[in-house]
Design a protein around this ligand. Structure first.
Ligand code: PRP
Length: 192
């Protein structure tokens, strides 16, 4: 039996793609970009749980201005590694966004199917504007075109975990963004 308490979550990482310091610096820059863009506009950060939790927490603290937050939870993936294309709202907004400037905070945009759905959903609620800030953009697998306003990092087509991102609900608490060993999800090693 595997002893969960003594198994390191780092053991399943084949490579650290983005280290803690690199992420901290970039999130600080994104925060400053948003402050400049949204000065005096009283924006609401709408975060898409659960993966964006860590990014939201750091991003909002890098914004030295009045902001409010709201949380949605949608699901597009099951326990596997591929997008199903099915988007389900698990938790809706708690406040109206009519007339508000909305900043959607996402951890990763992969196929774009989740945001494609969400942008239409939010637009129907009459916001003054909607922009997107995402930490990780993985353009290789894009199926829906998404107008991303602020991107942290553009990353290659690897299965990434950590800093909020999971595989089967694990690894979200890794402080960096790492690549999951293919042996963990039964995938093949990438051909370099
Ligand atoms: C992830 C991520 C995005 C979505 C991006 O969420 O947080 O919402 O997938 O993928 P797409 O561009 O291919 O649609 P996920 O459904 O894995 O849930 P989680 O945030 O709870 O991990």
């Amino acid at each position: 039996m595997t002893d969960v308490a003594t198994t390191s979550i780092h053991d399943d990482v084949s490579e650290i793609l983005l280290g803690e310091e690199e992420i901290r610096q970039r999130v600080g820059e994104l925060g400053r970009e948003l402050v400049e863009r949204y000065a005096d506009r009283d924006p609401v950060l709408v975060s898409v749980l659960k993966g964006s939790l860590v990014f939201l927490a750091d991003l909002m603290r890098s914004m030295e201005m009045p902001v409010s937050i709201d949380l949605m939870e949608v699901s597009s993936y099951g326990a596997g590694t591929e997008s199903s294309g099915q988007v389900r709202i698990i938790k809706d907004l708690s406040q109206p966004i009519e007339g508000r400037h909305v900043i959607v905070v996402e951890d990763i945009i992969d196929t774009g199917l989740t945001l494609n759905y969400l942008l239409k959903y939010l637009a129907d609620k009459g916001p003054a504007s909607v922009s997107i800030v995402c930490l990780l953009d993985k353009p290789a697998r894009r199926l829906a075109e998404i107008p991303i306003d602020h991107v942290g990092f553009t990353i290659p087509d690897r299965f990434v975990i950590g800093y909020g991102l999971d595989y089967d609900e694990r690894y979200r608490n890794l402080p960096y963004v790492g690549v999951l060993k293919p042996s963990v999800y039964g995938g093949a090693e990438p051909v370099e």
